[in-house]
Design a protein around this ligand. Structure first.
Ligand code: CMP
Length: 140
């Protein structure tokens, strides 16, 4: 099924000049960006995006980290885009992220893990709508 998913290059990825590397890996896998924006997240948007993690011990640090400096947000489209982007990203846990994945190759900690990708169709739709309006998503 052709799907759309949200990918964020987080502040650590932007500061380490990994935006091109993330997009290269996504494009090499046959997926395509259909919307892309660099932005400095405010707290309100960060809290909406990470609402499922509210109350967890890492939540406050996560909001501080993701709002600290610019990110790149993009909508990625393609066959099985949600699962493929998760595979490209690798496991959330720093210890479990395998070499060859973005996190396995670049993440230094579980918290600062270079990218976010939506984990389900429902999350993808919810998260994309936080960052983009429908008319900003291109068809080509
Ligand atoms: P992400 O895929 O964006 O989803 C939630 C984020 O919270 C995750 O990536 C990490 O940045 C962070 N996170 C998840 N689990 C932990 C943890 N155990 N300790 C610190 N940060 C975490």
């Amino acid at each position: 099924m052709i799907e759309k998913t949200l990918v964020l290059v987080k502040p650590d990825g932007v500061n380490r000049r990994l935006v091109g590397e993330v997009i290269r890996r996504i494009e090499n896998k046959g997926l395509k960006p259909v919307c892309l924006r660099m932005m400095h997240l405010n707290e309100k948007t960060a809290e909406a995006h990470y609402s499922v993690h509210k109350g967890k011990d890492f939540y406050d640090r996560l909001i501080k980290f993701i709002t600290a400096s610019p990110i790149v947000a993009m909508v990625i489209e393609g066959e099985n885009a949600i699962e493929l982007c998760r595979k490209l990203a690798g496991a959330t846990s720093f210890h479990d992220a395998l070499p060859g994945t973005i996190r396995g190759d670049y993440a230094c900690t579980t918290a600062e893990n270079v990218v976010h990708t939506s984990d389900s169709l429902e999350s993808a739709e919810r998260e994309i709508s936080i960052f983009f309006r429908p008319e900003q998503i291109l068809k080509y």
